[in-house]
Ligand binder design. Structure first.
Ligand code: RB5
Length: 152
C-alpha cells in the first residue's frame, strides 16, 4: 500500500517511529511532513495528506497530532476522506470493517509506540465488510455531492 504520513510537532516522535514500522511491513511511505514548508500547523499537514488520499495519489493516510482530533476535523473536510482517531484495537478494527476508514488519526500524546504499531497493523490488515456498510458510506459521499464538494 502507498501510505502518506504527516504530523505536527506533537506527533513528530511517533511519526518517525511509525514510518520505520511501516517500512518494516513493506509499505510504501510518503512522509508528507518532510517536504512541508514553513509551518507545522496541523490544518496544513492534514490537508496535504487528505488531498493525496482524495486524489488517490496514495491508498491511505496517517495523521498524528497531540490528540489526533484536530487532524481528524481537517481531514474530513476533504472529499472522499473518512478520517477518525483510533485509540485501541477495537476502534482500529471497526473503523475498517464498518467505516472503510482511509485516514487514521493518532494521538502523539496519548498513544505509545507499541500500541500505535498494533493499531496501525490492525487498520492495515482489516478489510471493509461492504454490504449494508457500503450503502452507508455511499450516503456519506452523497452528502459531499449535495453540498457541491464532490471528490477531486
Ligand atoms: C498543537 O498544540 C495541538 O493543538 C495539536 O497537536 C492537536 O492536538 C490538535 O488537535
Amino acid at each position: 500500500m502507498r501510505i502518506a504520513v504527516g504530523s505536527d510537532h506533537r506527533g513528530a516522535e511517533l511519526r518517525s517511529k511509525l514510518i520505520d514500522f511501516l517500512r518494516q511491513l513493506d509499505q510504501v511511505v510518503i512522509d508528507a511532513t518532510e517536504n512541508a514548508s514553513e509551518t507545522d500547523d496541523y490544518p496544513d499537514i492534514a490537508e496535504a495528506v487528505a488531498r493525496k488520499v482524495s486524489s488517490q495519489e496514495v491508498d491511505r493516510g496517517i495523521l498524528i497530532c497531540g490528540t489526533g482530533l484536530g487532524m481528524c476535523i481537517v481531514a474530513n473536510k476533504i472529499p472522499g476522506v473518512r478520517a477518525a482517531p483510533c485509540f485501541d484495537d477495537l476502534s482500529a478494527e471497526m473503523s475498517r470493517r464498518h467505516n472503510d476508514l482511509n485516514v487514521l488519526c493518532l494521538s502523539g500524546d496519548m498513544v505509545a509506540e507499541k500500541l500505535a504499531d498494533r493499531i496501525v497493523e490492525i487498520w492495515l490488515k482489516t478489510p471493509f465488510e461492504g454490504g449494508r456498510h457500503a450503502r452507508r458510506i455511499q450516503k456519506i459521499a452523497s452528502l459531499e455531492n449535495r453540498d457541491g464538494n464532490a471528490k477531486e
